[in-house]
Every structure is written in structure tokens, then in C-alpha cells.
Write a protein that binds this ligand. Structure first.
Ligand SMILES: [Zn+2]
Length: 623
């Protein structure tokens, strides 16, 4: 279900694809822990701010029934809404981050949950705004906008609300729909409990005697084991267990797809896809072009698998051969070195960006190392308009950690630039553009690492890791997007989906992408239950944006690195635009049209160039 732009009471935390597991470390140096007193100087200040928001909330009611009175009243209502939203973003960011430092801290978690409850009170208090704006109507609102300069910053979000008039129902129906959200999130809760808590995960013994418990974290860790027999055993045990629960996962996902279609239909959208894309006004041609281009370019993906087989010394590639690195790199990337390398890599972006990222990485805005109880993975949090963004890492001194640092501060700098250039109502960027800023930094980092690599071994490692990134973020996410579209279309045709049916559909797509019929990589029946493991399928057409974002970022990075005149300014202009327009339009204005084949073809071309480079090194070695 779309969140109205005016009533966005969820934090813009960017959930990134890769999640490194957290682990204990030595007592932290304060320089490596973010300083949350920059948000509130102490607990008392936080409590006072929370009390203020609670006290300010009822003021919204004064505007109910008065939004159409005159332009000044509408402006005051918008200002109050923005102010309340800003108060909430600061409280919510602080509470969530404080809790993420140590998820075992019950008091911190309670504070965070209290702010979540306050957010839902805020959302309820503001729920009259959208229907009332629609009732006031476009004609009156256009007149208000023309007469009241103070309304200018609200033009885009207000017009966006009006755009949805054909899909907004009467007050009674909207109220029913709003209450139904309490039951329509059941499929994803069911998935979450089953996949994260209830499933009796298997434990296997690896070749060296290690007992490996294959829960989700264990699977992620051991699936890239160097020993091929270990990998096969990991896959057979893990997917064998998932297969036992195929029926239950099937019920959960079928219910989710039916829920999506229910929401789309009652809001008079022709399809679940149309409903999902309508939120950010992304043209359907973006989605369809992505899928068409991915399929047209499967030979490049197959070329990658064949090269991978060659480098791993495996002639009969299987699904358990896609995760181990093709080349090992012993080199360590301690945090200080990672900062230096990130800084060196973003030099092409110019003085302003360099100054911003230096301040970001040198200031106390990053929670660097794993700690007992700390949230795993990495994220950037930049919702607070008048505060510096923060980044959470679990830095492990490996190349992936370096790459994550560049990635997350890519998000962080996007927030810095947008918050500086845009007023609060227009600053927050959408997920459709978010991953451009992060993966562009990764592309710049790769270029830099290749330039300074000491030998071919190191070069091969970076090239291999870049290829793997493009496979995982482009081809794999597009494959998921194709599956998502297929299963929604089945339900829209009135067909039921059992776990078995989902496995058949997924298996067909998985085999096509991996060149099973062409003898590239054989897909065993057991792994075609993989759909059951993917949490993103409960987020309604979300994953395609990873694929479109990386296609766009490769295009921007290529222009920047080629010193194309104006390339840096155009790219930074996109970041500075924040959420001031629809994201597809912003990217298009910056010269990359994601509804056309060009950006996808450029990404594929880049994969081929990387493979040419790898093959040249291998040829030199006579391999
Ligand atoms: Zn990210």
C-alpha cells in the first residue's frame, strides 16, 4: 500500500542488500561510536522532546474541516504537519539508533517502541488531510498555490495527493481499508516467524569437523565454503529443510499476493504491478524494459558463470558454486585504511563532495565495529533534515567492509546534499533513487582499487568481486522481479498458488537465468524452493529497484570516470534534488532513462569489459 507523501511517518532508513553478521569485539574507542548527543544532549532532553510532540499532536485537529478555507490556513496546516514530522523523525532516529547499538537493552527497545506508537498516533491524527485535500479539489488548491508563496514548497506533495484522486475511496471505505492493515500484514508476520524463529534448522558436520548450524546466518556464511563437498552438503541440508515447509511458505506467499491484488482492486488499479508502481509514479515500461533487457542479455550472465567455473576449476557447475569467491585476497582493510581509500575513490566527484564525506567520516557519525547485541548489517539514517546523517556498520577489516563503508556514506552524502539543497518537505529521497548514490560510490571504489592494485592477483579479486556485485544486484534482483510479476499475474487470472506451484514457476525462471538447458549451470530440483527464503517478496514489487538503481549508477559512474563535461554536476544535481520530484523523472532529467534499453545495455557491456580484463589476465598466465 502506498504511503501518501504528505503523511510519511516512517523513517527513511535505507535497507541494503548485503548483511554481514555482527560479532563481539574489544571495548570500543569512542571515536568509532556515533555520538547521539548531537540529536539530544541527554535522556531528559529526549523525554522533553517526546512530551512536546505528544502535546503538539492535538493541534492538527484545529485544521480539520478548514483546509479549504483559504490559502493561509492551508499553509499553516502544512507547516504544522512538517513540524510534527520533523519532531518525529528526530525522536524516531534517536530511539532506533540507540536501540540498534544494543538490541538486548530492553529499556532502549521500549523507548523505540514508544516512539513507534507515537508515530501511529500522529498518522491517525493526520489521516483527515488527504481526503480533505481531495474534497477541496484541484481548482481551489491551484488558486491557493498561486496566491500564497509560502505554499510553494508543498506544491509537489500536495499535487501528488491529488494525482491519487481516482484511487482514493469515500471516507467510510478508506476507514475500513485503514483498519484492514492490521490483518493484511499477517502473511509477512507468518513468514518472519517461520523463517527466523520456528524452523528447526539442521546442523551438519563440515569436512574439517566444524559443526555448522544452518540457520539463515549460518547458510549465508557456509554457502561460500571453499570445499565444494561442504557447499553441496550445506545446500542439500538447508534447502532440504526449506522443502519440508514448502506448503506453509506457499500459503504465506499466496496470501501476500492475494492481499496485494485485493488492495490494488479496491483502489481501482488494473493490476498489482500498476498499484505498486503508482506510489512513486514509476512508469510500467521501466519494469517491463528491465525484464526484457535482462532476458535479452542472459548470454552475458552465462558467460560469467562459465568464467566462474573455469576459475574455480569446476567443469559441471551447480547452484552451490555461485557463492565462493573466484579469487582469495588475504589483504586486510582496517577502518582507517578503508576511510582513506573511500576518500581517494570519490575524488572525481569534486571538492564539495570530498569536503562533505570527509566531515562525515571524521565526525562522530559512524558506529563502526561489531559489538555483542548490536544490529547486524549496515544502514544509513538521514531522515532528520537539520542534523547530520548517521551510518551503522559492522566493519570486519575485509574488502566487503571497505565497500560497505563507501556504499553507506554514498547514502549518507545523498542525505547531506539533499537536506542542504531542499526544504524539509522535499528532501527525503525515495528508494528508487537511493541505491544509485551508494552503488555509484562502489563503482568509483572499484576503479580506484584497480588503479592501485599491486599485482594481477589483487586485480582479479576486485574484478571478480565487481562481477559478483553486478550479478547479485542486477541479474538476481531482476530474476526476483520477474517471479514477482509472474505470481501476481497468476493470481490476477484467478489461479491459486500452492507451494508446489510456486516452486514450478520459480524453477522455470531459475533454470532459464542460469542456462540449465544450455548446459551452463545445472539447477537441481531441490534448490527451486529458493523463493520460500526471500523476505523481499513480502514487500510488494520492491526488488526491481535494486536492479534499476545499479543500472543507473553504472551509467553515471562511467560518465564521471570518462570526465564527460558536466557529468559530475548532473550527477550531484540528482542527489541534491532529494525528493523534489518523482524519482523516475529525476533520473531521466540527469540523462538516464530507465524506461529505455540503453542503461541496461551499458551495464551488460560493463560486465563484458570486466570479463575481458579477467580473461586477458588468465591468458597471460596460460590458464
Ligand atoms: Zn544501500
Amino acid at each position: 500500500m502506498r504511503i501518501p507523501r504528505l503523511l510519511l511517518f516512517s523513517l527513511a532508513v535505507t535497507p541494503c542488500l548485503d548483511a554481514a553478521p555482527a560479532a563481539p569485539a574489544a571495548a570500543p574507542d569512542p571515536a568509532h561510536v556515533w555520538d547521539l548527543t548531537l540529536l539530544y544532549k541527554d535522556q531528559a532532553a529526549f523525554d522533553a522532546a517526546k512530551a512536546k510532540l505528544t502535546a503538539d499532536l492535538p493541534k492538527l485537529k484545529d485544521f480539520q474541516g478548514r483546509l479549504g478555507k483559504d490559502a493561509a490556513t492551508l499553509r499553516q496546516a502544512m507547516e504544522l504537519l512538517t513540524d510534527l514530522q520533523g519532531q518525529y523523525f528526530r525522536l524516531g532516529s534517536y530511539a532506533a539508533q540507540a536501540s540498534d547499538e544494543n538490541l538486548r537493552d530492553a529499556a532502549a527497545m521500549e523507548r523505540s517502541q514508544e516512539i513507534d506508537m507515537l508515530a501511529s498516533e500522529l498518522s491517525n491524527a493526520a489521516s483527515f488531510v488527504n481526503p480533505e485535500l481531495l474534497a477541496v479539489g484541484e481548482q481551489t488548491i491551484t488558486r491557493f498555490l498561486a496566491h500564497e508563496p509560502g505554499l510553494a514548497v508543498y506544491r509537489f506533495p500536495i499535487m501528488d495527493t491529488l494525482r491519487n484522486a481516482p484511487h482514493t475511496l469515500g471516507a467510510e471505505a478508506e476507514s475500513v481499508l485503514s483498519s484492514s492493515s492490521a490483518i493484511t500484514d499477517t502473511p509477512s508476520s507468518l513468514y518472519g516467524v517461520l523463517a527466523n524463529a520456528d524452523l528447526p534448522w539442521p546442523t551438519i558436520k563440515l569436512a574439517d569437523g566444524t559443526e555448522a548450524r544452518l540457520d539463515q546466518a549460518g547458510y549465508t556464511r557456509w554457502r561460500s565454503a571453499a570445499n565444494r563437498a561442504d557447499r553441496q552438503a550445506v545446500f542439500e541440508a538447508f534447502w532440504g529443510k526449506m522443502k519440508e515447509y514448502e506448503r506453509t511458505f506457499g500459503v504465506a506467499l499466496f496470501s501476500q499476493v492475494k492481499t496485494d491484488w485485493f488492495n490494488a482492486r479496491v483502489r481501482k488499479y488494473p493490476s498489482s504491478l500498476a498499484a505498486a508502481l503508482s506510489g512513486n509514479n514509476v512508469p510500467e515500461s521501466v519494469y517491463r524494459t528491465l525484464l526484457a533487457q535482462t532476458n535479452a542479455n542472459l548470454p552475458t550472465l552465462h558467460r560469467y558463470f562459465k568464467l566462474r567455473g573455469r576459475m574455480l576449476g569446476v567443469s559441471d557447475l551447480r547452484y552451490w558454486d555461485i557463492y565462493p569467491p573466484m579469487v582469495q585476497l588475504e589483504k586486510k582493510f582496517p577502518y582507517e585504511l578503508s576511510k582513506q581509500l573511500t576518500l581517494a575513490a570519490v575524488q572525481p566527484l569534486g571538492a564539495d563532495y570530498i569536503a562533505g564525506i570527509t566531515e562525515s567520516m571524521e565526525g562522530r557519525y559512524t558506529h563502526v565495529y561489531p559489538r555483542p547485541g548490536k544490529r547486524s548489517g549496515a544502514y544509513s539514517s538521514g531522515s532528520v533534515h537539520d542534523a547530520h546523517p548517521y551510518v551503522l556498520l559492522n566493519h570486519n577489516d575485509d574488502y566487503e567492509s571497505l565497500s560497505t563503508l563507501a556504499h553507506e556514506w554514498g547514502h549518507g552524502m545523498h542525505s547531506v546534499l539533499a537536506n542542504r539543497a531542499q526544504p524539509a518537505p522535499l528532501a527525503n529521497y525515495s528508494i528508487f533513487t537511493a541505491e544509485i548514490a551508494s552503488t555509484c560510490n562502489e563503482a568509483l571504489l572499484l576503479d580506484h582499487m584497480l588503479k592501485i592494485a599491486k599485482d594481477d592477483d589483487e586485480r582479479l579479486f576486485y574484478l571478480g568481486s565487481a562481477l559478483e556485485g553486478l550479478r547479485g544486484t542486477f541479474f538476481r534482483q531482476a530474476m526476483f522481479a520477474e517471479f514477482e510479476l509472474r505470481i501476481h499475474e497468476e493470481v490476477e487470472k484467478g489461479n491459486a498458488l500452492s507451494g508446489d506451484a510456486l516452486t514450478k514457476i520459480y524453477g522455470e525462471i531459475l533454470r532459464r537465468y542460469h542456462g540449465d538447458a544450455e548446459g551452463v549451470l545445472k539447477i537441481d530440483e531441490l534448490v527451486t524452493v529458493e523463493w520460500a527464503y526471500i523476505p523481499h517478496f513480502y514487500r510488494n514489487f520492491y526488488v526491481f529497484q535494486y536492479a534499476t538503481s545499479i543500472a543507473a549508477s553504472q551509467a553515471f559512474a562511467a560518465k564521471i570516470l570518462a570526465h564527460e563535461p558536466g557529468a559530475v554536476d548532473t550527477y550531484l544535481g540528482l542527489l541534491k534534488a532529494g525528493g523534489s520530484d518523482y524519482p523516475y523523472e529525476l533520473v531521466k532529467k540527469a540523462g538516464v532513462d530507465l524506461a529505455t534499453p540503453a542503461p541496461y545495455q551499458a551495464l551488460v557491456q560493463r560486465m563484458n569489459t570486466i570479463m575481458d580484463q579477467i580473461e586477458a589476465i588468465l591468458a597471460k598466465r596460460g590458464k
